[in-house]
Ligand binder design. Structure first.
Ligand SMILES: [Zn+2]
Length: 263
């Protein structure tokens, strides 16, 4: 983390990693209300609490590391296609523009003096499968569940805030990650159909990367446990949250010294 200085420009970084799903049983859904979405917030140095948003007017690139997503090329390709479909679903709701920039071998993780968001220079968001028992394939961003095992997935963002001269502090998210636990691949059916699906898991973690927090409503994709459903779809609360984070609200003019736009 960079600390603010007495110079005219100051820059700080906040990283939020929200833990993901554990497999769970189906439950009935509830009607949607405004309380069925939760937006991540950050507190600026002046005490102003703001919604942790991306600039909805920029193209957000993403790369995929599906090397551990399946044991055949066809299965890995299907996983990449599920990632693309999940981003398309988020885009359809938020209005934000995501562009697939290809594959990568990177797995977002914090292992060195520089942090993942500083090393992540090939795309704004990296989606990767990790294996916590294989050296070189682990991610410290993949947390443990309350039962002690690693969670099925995690998603998050890096948010930087800055000020220039006498202008007030401003902040914006500029890098994100989705890390899925390859050891739990078999718990999630490919696609977005019936059951507990990889598609919904991806939609959930992308929701975190965009700035959605967990909610208690079981009908929402942002419920913290994946449930067996008839189909994977953002529900009313999820959609309201993504709309508030998206193009329905103002652009965030982001100086290049804050985030290098990779689009
Ligand atoms: Zn989650």
């Amino acid at each position: 983390m960079l600390k603010p200085t007495k110079a005219t420009s100051a820059l700080l970084v906040a990283v939020a990693a929200a833990v993901g799903f554990a497999a769970g049983p189906a439950t009935s859904s509830a009607s949607a209300t405004a309380s069925q979405y939760a937006l991540a917030t950050q507190t600026l140095p002046d005490g102003n609490k703001v919604i942790a948003r991306w600039n909805p007017c920029q193209t957000i690139t993403y790369r995929v590391n599906a090397g551990l997503a399946g044991n055949t090329a066809a299965r890995r390709l299907a996983a990449v296609n599920d990632v693309k479909r999940a981003f398309a679903r988020a885009s359809a709701v938020s209005g934000m523009n995501y562009r697939y920039a290809g594959t990568t071998t990177q797995i977002p993780t914090n292992t060195s003096a520089s942090t993942w968001y500083g090393r992540q220079t090939s795309a704004e968001i990296v989606v990767a499968w990790a294996n916590q028992s294989v050296k070189g394939k682990k991610s410290t961003l993949l947390g443990r569940s309350s039962s002690g095992g690693y969670v099925a997935g995690t998603g998050g963002y890096a948010f930087k805030y800055w000020k220039s001269g006498s202008a007030p502090w401003t902040g914006v998210s500029g890098r994100g990650f989705v890390v899925l636990n390859a050891a739990q691949n078999s718990k999630f059916r490919p696609g977005f159909g019936a059951g507990s699906t990889r598609g919904e898991l991806l939609m959930h973690e992308i929701g975190h990367a965009m700035g959605l927090n967990h909610v208690s409503s079981t009908s929402q994709v942002m419920y913290p446990t994946i449930l067996s459903r008839s189909t994977a779809a953002y529900s009313t609360g999820d959609r309201t949250g993504l709309q508030r984070l998206g193009t329905a609200n103002a652009c965030v003019a982001t100086p290049g010294f804050v985030w290098n736009d990779l689009s």
